[in-house]
Design a protein around this ligand. Structure first.
Ligand SMILES: C[S@@+](CC[C@H](N)C(=O)[O-])C[C@H]1O[C@@H](n2cnc3c(N)ncnc32)[C@H](O)[C@@H]1O
Length: 366
């Protein structure tokens, strides 16, 4: 079984930026679909997408597709598939099925049939710790089967022990940086850095470190031999990167962000300090990007008292950051407006917990 299509899940709203990343990384057949991006390729591409794409939330490989209008037919078709070429007998497999607009409406029964076909072909148990997940979608009587090659969602890079308040997902931070047109060659400042997600994604990109360097993936427990080869030596981090600075007024956040940077092997690439927004100043040298995700809305406090904070952010940027570009990530259009910054671009709503957040961007500040 080889992939007929590879699906990269993206946070809704940010798909075009993941498509851009995939194209830049040399993947073929890149197309945007709601909730993700599809690419073409085989197991080598599956493995590389997991390791290298900072914006992908998970990587699903489609391995089979066939029509079926009743369970016996599904069963027969499932038993014809070459499961030992995909799954190992010693790794548990969990089948998750959904059905929409199809004669087979009982998704649970469909999942059971496929689980049984797999167990008979490979001996793989349906129960057990850390299973490989097989996703079965039945839509208008067409059955598609995909394997989740990531396992733990990819935003869990495996470095962040301290999470702070309302952290951004790593994948979102990476795509917001891209949405700002930041390519790792210009300075980056996050004056309200919390656990440091924006800084760490930025530093890894600037230093040429792959986002998947510190974790394991479900693909390592699949059968194809291409997926079992040892990885080569990880490329060394580039040293000559632009200044990447983060501040927070909260001692715990500063300590936690610094620990996260150390765990990610990025201590030498970021500077993190305790400072209030009102004391913010740009580093010497050329202008870059200020990207920040201030407190907002229902997740941290109520909107009212935050107006002063956003007004300060706007004033400090306008006064001291001439030539820099700014990106503000918030759930409240009113708070974005309070900055008094002239935004040239308002991004699409992006789900973040119970809220929708948007990226508000300026051009170079006058
Ligand atoms: C929404 S959190 C940022 C989360 C961060 N993007 C992450 O991924 O962890 C907002 C941060 O702003 C900080 N903050 C609030 N007011 C501040 C101020 N006046 N000066 C500096 N930091 C401030 C808070 O301590 C908090 O860590």
């Amino acid at each position: 079984m080889t992939p007929s299509e590879i699906f990269l899940a993206a946070t809704p709203g940010l798909e075009p930026f993941l498509a851009e990343e995939a194209r830049e990384a040399g993947f073929g057949g890149v197309a945007v679909t709601p909730g993700g991006v599809t690419i073409t390729g085989g197991w080598a591409e599956v493995r590389r997408a997991n390791l290298e794409l900072a914006g992908a939330g998970r990587v699903l490989a489609r391995v089979a597709e066939f029509p079926a209008v009743h369970l016996a037919q599904l069963d027969k078709r499932a038993r014809k598939l070459d499961w030992p070429a995909l799954l190992r007998g010693d790794v548990p497999v969990k089948v998750e099925a959904t059905s929409r607009g199809s004669k087979i409406y009982h998704a649970g029964a469909a999942a059971q049939r496929i689980e049984r076909a797999i167990a008979d072909a490979t001996g793989a148990p349906a129960e057990g710790d850390d299973p490989v997940r097989l996703l079965v979608r039945i839509e208008r009587n067409l059955v598609t089967i995909s394997v989740d090659t990531s396992g733990e969602p990819l935003h869990r890079r495996g470095f962040k022990a301290f999470v702070g308040k309302a952290p951004l997902r790593e994948t979102m931070a990476a795509l917001f940086l891209r949405a700002c047109g930041w390519d790792g060659t210009r300075p980056l400042v996050d004056p309200m850095c919390g656990s440091g997600t924006i800084l760490l994604e930025g530093a890894a990109r600037a230093a040429g470190l792959s986002p998947g360097r510190g974790r394991e993936f479900a693909w390592a427990r699949l059968a194809p031999s291409e997926l079992r080869q040892e990885a080569g030596p990880a490329p060394a981090a580039r040293g000559d990167i632009p200044p990447i600075l983060g501040f927070d007024r909260d001692d715990g956040a500063v300590r936690g962000a610094a620990e996260n940077a150390a765990r990610a092997g990025l201590s030498g690439h970021v500077t993190i300090g305790r400072a209030a927004l009102s004391d913010l100043a740009p580093p010497p040298g050329p202008p870059g990007l200020v990207l920040t995700n201030p407190p907002y809305g229902a997740r941290i406090g109520k909107p009212g008292p935050l107006h002063g904070l956003y007004a300060t952010l706007g004033a400090v940027l306008k006064e001291r950051f001439r030539g820099w570009e700014a990106g503000v990530i918030t759930s409240e259009p009113g708070l974005a407006k309070t900055t008094g910054l002239s935004f040239t671009d308002t991004g699409p709503p992006v789900p973040h917990g119970p809220l929708k957040i948007r990226l508000y961007r300026t051009g170079p500040l006058p």
